[in-house]
Design a protein around this ligand. Structure first.
Ligand code: NAD
Length: 251
């Protein structure tokens, strides 16, 4: 497939490596700042010949880029975060233009498979009253948001599939936790690349599920799965939907 990379920063470069290893061609690299690009702007000249675009830029530019790509009739995978308040408008435009778009705050294949494990685990443990559940995450000291978006999604999964928990508490508790509260704890220190855990605990034992990120390659692998899936489809999809479709095909 011929791919245009919109944004040639850390993620754009990572996607390029994984795309090449999967036999795809990078036909355009669009970035107004990076000097290793083929163009600084999206246009029919710069992306006219590609099959699909991958967007990893920043919150301020994502929506404008999506609009341009969709109007030029190309399917698109968007990894940029921080623009989701515009999702309803983007969905409307994609539908009007009969285009295809996949987005995800976390394209890591491992994290998204971890979500599927979390769903199964929550369903399995919920009927057994002796098991409680809690969540934790650790990231490097430069991360500014807390809890991470991934940890928030994990908590949503627990609330959905372990109905004894009805709300998430993230602050330190100067009281005993209520049985329907899910405690989600964040740790910030050093260089942790991103660790997320879910623990099911009883007086007899603990069962823990943990995902530990090692590099950005996991994000790029997931984005490439989405690239290969979206070509020829219409509509707006999350990566979780894409993965569920791929898993259904493999079962
Ligand atoms: N969804 C995921 O799995 C995932 C994973 C990692 C990062 N991210 C997100 O992806 C985005 C990019 O991350 P990064 O680490 O590559 O950042 P980065 O700063 O390394 O790269 C961003 C690049 O986009 C370029 N850019 C800015 N405006 C542009 C525009 N209008 N058109 C084209 N290029 C433009 C910049 O010049 C820069 O080279 C961020 O929003 C980050 O949070 C998402």
């Amino acid at each position: 497939m011929k791919i245009a990379l919109i944004g040639y920063g850390k993620m754009g470069r990572e996607v390029e490596q994984v795309a090449r290893s999967r036999g795809h061609t990078i036909a355009a690299r669009i970035d107004p700042v990076s000097n290793a690009t083929t163009a600084s702007e999206i246009s029919s000249q710069t992306i006219g010949a590609v099959d699909v675009c991958v967007e990893f830029t920043g919150p301020a530019s994502a929506v404008g880029n999506i609009e341009q790509v969709v109007r030029l009739g190309k399917p698109l995978v968007v990894g940029t975060t921080g623009w989701y308040q515009h999702l309803p408008a983007v969905e409307k435009m994609v539908m009007q233009e009969k285009a295809g778009l996949v987005y995800a705050p976390n394209f890591s294949l491992g994290v998204n498979l971890f979500y599927q494990l979390a769903i199964e685990a929550a369903r399995l443990f919920h009927p057994f009253e002796e098991y409680d559940v809690c969540a934790s995450e650790a990231h490097h000291r430069l991360k500014v948001d807390s809890p991470s978006g991934t940890a928030r999604r994990l908590s949503e999964i627990v609330l959905e599939h372990f109905p004894r928990k009805r709300r998430v508490v993230v602050d330190s508790l100067n009281r005993a936790i209520e049985p329907d509260e899910l405690h989600l704890v964040s740790l910030r220190a050093g260089h942790f690349p991103g660790t997320h855990s879910l623990a099911f605990d009883s007086s007899a034992d603990t069962v823990e599920l943990t995902h530990t990120a090692r590099s950005r390659a996991g994000f790029a692998s997931g984005a490439l799965l989405a690239v290969e899936w979206i070509v020829g489809r219409q509509g707006v999809y999350t990566f979780e939907q894409v993965l569920q479709d791929l898993l259904a095909g493999r079962r």
